[in-house]
Design a protein around this ligand. Structure first.
Ligand code: AHG
Ligand code: MN
Ligand code: MN
Length: 339
């Protein structure tokens, strides 16, 4: 009996090479990009696993054994991704949750045809309590494919439907890498002993409807009436039994569960956050692409998230993501068409 849900043993690198085989025009630049990125994810995974130990080893209280200042894990992750990605010649510009403006590729390195957006550490409030955290990434082609110059803000502000690929690493009881390049969603699990991500779930499809809702319900009194009515509705017996509530407070982890078990994940607007709290470019777009590629639905309550035209790097949007029927029902309530 096999516990793997795949028949072949495939590493992430092999998988990307196979996918490139479908695209005769591919130059190999893209697989180089992914190789560098998964190196960064492996380094972050290692340090996430050591986060508790660092205290024991006495190297988190600002100065480490080398006399260097120790950075918070999210700043560290930001730097690891930058340093893994700046010199490969694959990228023309980057943007990150942890950096105010665009991130330039240093002058001394070649500029490539791709753009990388990332949330280096998602769920940072969970770091200190040994709860699942993640890294989210989103990849685009640069607007001018012939250019060998620096990319600029226009390359970063592209709508989500133009993503070439997207994914996240989820540092939980295991480290998993969930990835799509628009041909379905594949899940890889990190095997520490061989230092590689192995394909463990191929072409994941999410349930049409689930039994779980995921939202910060502490904000209930700040929500719109439609939003309140939707969550009240989920608690009634009408579905056979009430929906279960699960909320980790790490979008990656809440989406990861929603991807496998179905249901709905939400961060609606409230009286403090008129556009919700989650960031469009490096949180919602990549997560929305994953959800859609697995057969789910991802909207801001009205419009498809992937169709929103961004105007600012750090802009927020409302999020209703998950099983198609659950998200459609939520939309009816928040738009006042259901009571
Ligand atoms: P980050 O740690 O990258 O700032 O993201 C935290 C986000 C997201 O992961 C999560 O869904 C949300 O914040 C939780 O917000 P609340 O604490 O308001 O529920
Ligand atoms: Mn985040
Ligand atoms: Mn973050």
């Amino acid at each position: 009996m096999s516990f793997l849900r795949v028949s072949r043993l495939v590493t992430i690198e092999r998988h990307i090479a196979e996918e490139q085989g479908f695209h005769p025009s591919a130059t190999g630049e893209y697989s180089g990009l992914l190789r560098d990125l998964t190196l960064a994810l492996r380094i972050i995974a290692r340090d996430v696993r050591r986060a508790g130990l660092n205290d024991v080893l006495g190297i988190t209280d600002s100065i480490n054994v080398h006399g260097e200042t120790v950075k918070k894990l999210d700043e560290f992750a930001n730097e690891v991704i930058f340093r893994a990605m700046d010199h490969g010649g694959h990228l023309c510009v980057m943007a990150s949750e942890e950096s105010k403006g665009i991130i330039k590729i240093p002058d001394e390195y070649a500029k490539g045809k791709y753009v990388l957006l990332f949330d280096p550490l998602d769920g940072s409030s969970n770091i200190d309590v040994n709860t699942t955290i993640g890294t989210i990434f989103s990849i685009y082609r640069r607007l001018d494919p012939q250019s060998t110059e620096d990319g600029d803000e226009r390359d970063v502000l592209q709508p989500g439907y133009k993503q070439v690929a997207a994914g996240y690493a989820c540092y939980g009881s295991a480290t998993t890498l969930v990835y799509t390049s628009g041909h379905g969603v594949d899940v890889f699990t990190y095997d520490q002993t061989i230092g590689d991500f192995l394909l463990t779930h191929e072409k994941v499809r999410m349930p049409k409807q689930g039994k779980i809702y995921s939202v910060n319900e502490g904000n209930y009194t700040l929500w719109s009436d439609g939003m309140k009515r939707y969550v009240d509705h989920l608690k009634k017996q009408e579905h056979g039994k009430p929906y279960s509530l699960r909320y980790i407070g790490t979008a990656v982890a809440d989406i990861h569960r929603t991807l496998h078990y179905g249901g709905i994940f939400m961060y609606p607007s409230d009286s403090r956050y008129p556009n919700g709290k989650l960031r469009l470019l490096y949180e919602l777009n990549p997560l929305a692409m994953i959800i859609e590629q697995a057969g789910g639905r991802a909207t801001d309550g009205m419009n498809r998230i992937l169709d929103i035209i961004p105007t600012e790097i750090h802009q927020c949007a409302q999020a209703f993501m998950g099983s198609e029927l659950d998200v459609l029902e939520a939309e009816l309530f928040v738009n006042g068409h259901h009571s």
